[in-house]
Design a binder for this molecule. Structure first.
Ligand code: CIZ
Length: 331
């Protein structure tokens, strides 16, 4: 069969009814023996058709438990890689292989290896702790992998006599250093979504909604975290809103699609996305969307099931990344 050329960068020209696409996906899933895993930051329609939703920690663990031979991973590239590394016998497809991550891009493996060598040459005795938002090549150079869901637990496992080099998110690293009391050498990376929240607009929104609570992701800079009531990754946010029965207003400082699972789980509350500053103009907007996550669409899920591609293919350095991922996420 001649495969069509798929331009994954081009938006689909032809409008297709989302309900028809969902029906097609349901049929193809059975034909291809596939399960769909979707991160909380992808579009709500995709979360609704997924067999598993979650943060990267839960989804990495789910990938090891799925019964089907194929996984379609709706998320970004490093998440698909982690699923393949932890479940090498499965075929892992992604709707769009161009769905990257600004954090992962900020820390290329060759630059990290050079920096580690420089630190060692200067006499530093350290372990490298990487946020999961890194490429598999970077993971293969690290001692531990953390997610926003397991970071404190993992940092406690770093021997007390070792220094910590934390990559690539400086804001998460600074926050973790403050809550664990462990000094860290920080890589200067940041997430393009979480670093643009406007503290002025957040304070204005707080004044306009008396009694509201600010919930922020620890990838946000310190000036946002300082005025937040709840700091945590997406699973912690879910647990928190579910634990509050009385209706509340939450100002949410993370990717705006996160409001979908929060509303589904705890519909008694109101959720307001915290505005971001558009770096091009300096104006504020209420649209903190990750452009990489947005590359996941119903059409592309249908197409990747139909043509069994694009696929995450095993790379030689995955073996070393597998050791560190298993030790950090599964044990
Ligand atoms: O760990 C993840 O999945 C990310 C990127 C955010 C979160 O807190 O869930």
């Amino acid at each position: 069969m001649e495969l069509p050329v798929i331009n994954t960068n081009a938006p689909s020209e032809v409008y297709e009814d989302p309900l028809d696409l969902m029906d097609e996906i349901e049929v193809l899933k059975k034909e291809r023996d596939a399960s769909i895993l979707a991160h909380f930051y992808v579009d709500g329609d995709l979360q609704d058709i997924a067999d598993f939703t979650g943060d990267s920690l839960k989804l990495a663990r789910d990938a090891t438990q799925v019964k089907t031979s194929t996984i379609v991973f709706c998320g970004v590239h490093f998440m698909g890689e982690s699923a393949k590394i932890l479940s090498p016998e499965k075929r892992v497809l992604m709707p769009d292989l161009h769905a990257g991550c600004s954090l992962a891009e900020s820390c290329p493996a060759d630059r990290l290896a050079a920096y580690q060598a420089e630190l060692r040459a200067k006499g530093h005795d350290f372990q490298t702790v990487a946020y999961i938002n890194t490429t598999a090549a970077v993971k293969s150079l690290c001692d531990w992998i953390v997610t926003s869901g397991n970071a404190r637990e993992i940092i406690d496992r770093v021997p007390a006599d070792k220094q910590i080099l934390f990559v690539p998110d400086q804001h998460l690293g600074r926050y973790l250093s403050s809550v664990t009391g462990r000094p860290m050498i920080l890589w200067p990376g940041s997430c393009m979504v979480h670093e643009v929240f406007s503290v002025q607009d957040l304070l204005r929104a707080k004044r306009n909604h008396p009694g509201s609570l600010v919930m922020a992701h620890p990838e946000c800079p310190a000036n946002i975290l300082e005025v937040s009531d709840i700091i945590g990754g997406t699973e912690k946010m879910r647990k928190y809103v579910a634990s509050v029965t009385e209706p509340k207003t939450f100002l949410v400082a993370t990717e705006a699609n996160m409001i979908h699972p929060l509303k589904k789980l705890a519909p008694q509350h109101e959720y307001i996305p915290v505005p971001g500053i558009m770096t091009s103009t300096g104006e504020t907007c209420a649209c903190n969307r990750c452009p990489h996550m947005a590359l996941n669409t119903l059409q592309k899920v249908r197409d990747c099931l139909k043509y069994s591609r694009p696929e995450i293919v095993w790379q030689p350095y995955f073996s070393q990344a597998q050791d560190v991922l298993k030790r950090s996420l599964l044990q």
